[in-house]
Design a binder for this molecule. Sequence first.
Ligand code: MN
Length: 357
Amino acid sequence: MNFSKRIEKTKEIMAAKELEAILLTSPENRFYLSGFTGTAGKLVITPGKNIFITDFRYVEQAKNEISAFDIKEISKNKKEKLAEFLNSLDIASIGFEEEYMSYKTHQELNKLCSDITFVPLEEEIKKMRQIKAQQEIANIQKAIEITERAFEKLLPEIKPGRTEKELAAELEYLLKKEGGEKAAFDFIVASGPRSSLPHGVASDKKINKGEFITFDFGTYYNNYCSDMTRTVVLGEPSDKQQEVYSIVLKANKLVCEKLQPGMTGAEADAIARDIIKEAGYGENFGHGLGHGLGIEVHESPRLSTESETTLKAGMVVTNEPGIYIADWGGVRIEDDLLITEEGCQVLNSSSKELIKL
Ligand SMILES: [Mn+2]
């Protein structure tokens, strides 16, 4: 990974915002800029210095993983020592991640560093992560392949009488067996009427013949995520199930065909939304079309009716239209797409035709 380039870009953000330093504490931005995979550490960047602060537990790991930062250990009185260090830098302002730092920490640091103004970074570092490098795309692709192999192996286990939780657990086991690091989020396994819950996390409900079952799942590979959804039917689908599934599939496929750089997130969303609206189910597609995918399972850009972000080559986004009908059920089909100069590339290869089990 080209960490020095990322640090350089961070310094450009610092200069543009007229800041004298930047303090990063979120695991995602910390990893993006340093490569550190541990769970405790802070980055302090000034025009002339890159410092990684961690405690005793992680010093050795930090030395192994990090090359672009000087490592500083603070193991006791962490907040006071951090404040002391920031004060020693002789700076008047410092950018911080306002969406991540707690109110309590912010208040404490403000008090301990009374000569330093803490300025919100307004997600500028997160935005840097929107365009993926080749290596990042390769990691996402690998995570997707693992996810698809695991799902393939789960299919024979999806039988009447099994509970959603059992299937979610089995899927997680298969993902790890196939080389995934950990689950990317709490899997959604929503069957029958529960499939109308867009985020119906697996429950104790048993699955029955004739039901739709929506699986939304993913894994990490080299700290990058996959995110995939398939809806299957147990037995033969009813006419209405077939109809609803076909509409969602048509919307998903049209996005794969039409998505291209230069569009806004809202324009991308409209590709799918218009199809679903025309079919009479506009009210039943209550969430956005998709989201950025990378170190976090949900990151910018958003593809939604409100998103004004212009899509660019190198972004990886999900394409997940759905139709949800209360007390009846629902369908969602989700792929991960890489936006290219010409359009987009579907990173998934699993079939999207309705799977009848
Ligand atoms: Mn998703």
